[in-house]
Design a protein around this ligand. Structure first.
Ligand SMILES: Cc1cc2nc3c(=O)[nH]c(=O)nc-3n(C[C@H](O)[C@H](O)[C@H](O)COP(=O)(O)OP(=O)(O)OC[C@H]3O[C@@H](n4cnc5c(N)ncnc54)[C@H](O)[C@@H]3O)c2cc1C
Length: 462
């Protein structure tokens, strides 16, 4: 242990390493709360040996080489806001916290791109871009917490993904220290036809293949205008049908958040819709969308409802920042909550929802909301169950989630479209990818023969 810390200090500095148990405890977890873990799949959480805060790609590289020599694992760490346990310390290793690498290297207005270090928090980058009349198209709930590296590694999706895409889709170029210590650089160009796209080892790779140290991201002019609308529908089905017609008409909203939240409305469902961009285009989109939605059962709610929704969209993340440990214990108050975010062909969403409701009822679980985010194919359900003392509530909820994920896969869907896999969804990766998981494992073995890079995640060998 002493040797490890001393050798790390010779690479960075003694101030850039911690063995403080309280800090290590925080860094051994992300935002996967205990109540969302299947009781029969208890996760081994270990205190990291230490955490290190590197300041440059060269330091990251030397740390990776050292970890290979000592055969100790590395867990890359960004904002620690991942919901699937991808940043959990399942083995006592080195937590590599990238938040000291938080510089904006260049904002190239003409190229409409920003070159940044991976540890920059999304909101800090957004603010810098806003000063130059640009925005980062990626706008998740966790804008104030998540880092560019973490968002790339989970291929995260945000509120404006309808027009700007996922975080991965904004990556033009990147630099990464791979598990064997080699540096991979992808040229920052919008397209390239020179073989398989190696960015995809890192986009959604959850730090299992390498550590993103730098990225060049596509950025967008600050919208001239934004129009927000709130509409009420009598039922989830009627709203879904209207949204399908919206897309069939060729409209692609920047914001689409639709759901039948039982806390907000006893009946019916609410759609928050937004268009942004050039004034005249937004006016035309708004007019066309309103026409389609009103003709298909939508009723206007006061615009202020949509504006409040937009204004408060990062509030949960600020609460998370203020009290992480409370989040970890969620489910320990006797009320268990979980959700699914599946991607399905739009033609199967309503059939999935009907079949899912039968499963949910069979397990005695409460369905709090069915929803769509961004586009009709991206479907979610929020579930909950109270523990009345029999202690079976957590089991019933997790059994339900398992069955719903399997159902989505059986119906040609994907079990998750935004939060990644981590440890929570690892058991379903074989069904999700079939032979593809073997391909991933072989690449992992080749790049990471000592299996040091974030082992035990994504269904890859632990
Ligand atoms: C309240 C709340 C709301 C959320 N809302 C959204 C949302 O709207 N949309 C969404 O997509 N997600 C959402 N999430 C999930 C989470 O915010 C995202 O997954 C986020 O992208 C993770 O970024 P992070 O920096 O916190 O990464 P971390 O949690 O620190 O890490 C995530 C994964 O990336 C790896 N990693 C981190 N940095 C690097 C790096 N530089 N190189 C290689 N690997 C790295 C880690 O090892 C881990 O596997 C939410 C979470 C919470 C708690």
């Amino acid at each position: 242990m002493k040797t490890l810390v001393e050798r790390l200090a010779s690479i960075t500095s003694a101030q850039s390493i911690t063995t403080d148990p309280a800090l290590l405890n925080t860094l051994s977890w992300d935002a996967l709360s205990e109540g969302r873990v299947h009781p029969l799949r208890s996760i081994d959480i270990n205190s990291p040996a230490c955490a290190v805060f590197p300041g440059s790609v060269n330091e990251v590289r030397r740390i990776v080489l050292l970890a290979n020599e000592l055969k100790i694992s590395i867990i890359p760490y960004g904002g620690g806001s991942g919901l699937m346990g991808a940043a959990l310390s399942v083995k006592p290793g080195i937590v590599l916290d990238l938040r000291r690498m938080n510089q904006t290297i260049e904002i190239d207005i003409e190229a409409r791109s920003a070159r940044v270090q991976a540890g920059i928090v999304l909101e800090a980058l957004e603010q810098r871009l806003n000063e130059q009349n640009f925005i980062l198209g990626h706008d998740p709930w966790t804008l104030p917490v998540a880092t560019v590296g973490g968002a790339i590694s989970t291929n995260s999706v945000g509120y404006r993904a309808g027009v700007y895409g996922s975080m991965g889709e904004q990556v033009l170029g990147l630099e990464a220290v791979m598990a064997n210590g080699e540096i991979l650089r992808k040229r920052a160009v919008p397209r390239s036809s020179t073989g398989p796209d190696l960015r995809l080892l890192l986009v959604g790779g959850e730090g299992c293949f390498g550590i993103v140290t730098e990225a060049t991201l596509r950025i967008f002019p600050k919208p001239e205008k934004r129009v927000l609308r709130a509409l009420f529908f009598e039922s989830f089905e009627s709203g879904f049908d209207a949204i399908q017609k919206l897309f069939a008409a060729g409209l692609q909203p920047a914001l689409l958040d639709f759901g039948d939240d039982d806390e907000k409305n006893e009946q019916g469902a609410v759609l928050y819709l937004g268009f942004e961009g050039a004034v005249e285009i937004v006016a035309a989109e708004d007019r066309l969308a309103t026409d389609v939605l009103l003709r298909n059962g939508g009723k206007h709610l006061p615009t202020v409802e949509a504006e409040t929704f937009w204004h408060n969209r990062h509030a949960i993340a600020r609460r998370f920042l203020a009290n992480r440990s409370q989040r970890r214990n969620l489910g320990r108050d006797g009320i268990y909550r979980d959700w699914i975010h599946v991607a399905l062909p739009a033609s199967k969403v309503l059939a999935f929802r009907r079949a899912a409701m039968v499963i949910i009822e069979q397990h005695g679980v409460d369905l709090h909301e069915s929803g769509l985010w961004i586009q009709p194919e991206l479907f979610s359900m929020r579930l909950g169950i109270e523990d009345h003392g029999e202690n079976q509530a957590q089991m019933a909820l997790q059994q339900t989630v398992d069955e719903l994920l399997g159902l989505a896969q059986d119906m040609s869907g994907s079990m998750e479209y935004t939060h990644g896999v981590g440890v929570k969804l690892a058991p379903f990766m074989s069904k999700e990818h079939g032979y593809g998981l073997e391909v991933m494992s072989s690449i992992k073995k080749m790049l990471d023969p000592n299996n040091i890079m974030n082992p035990g995640k994504m269904g890859l060998p632990s």
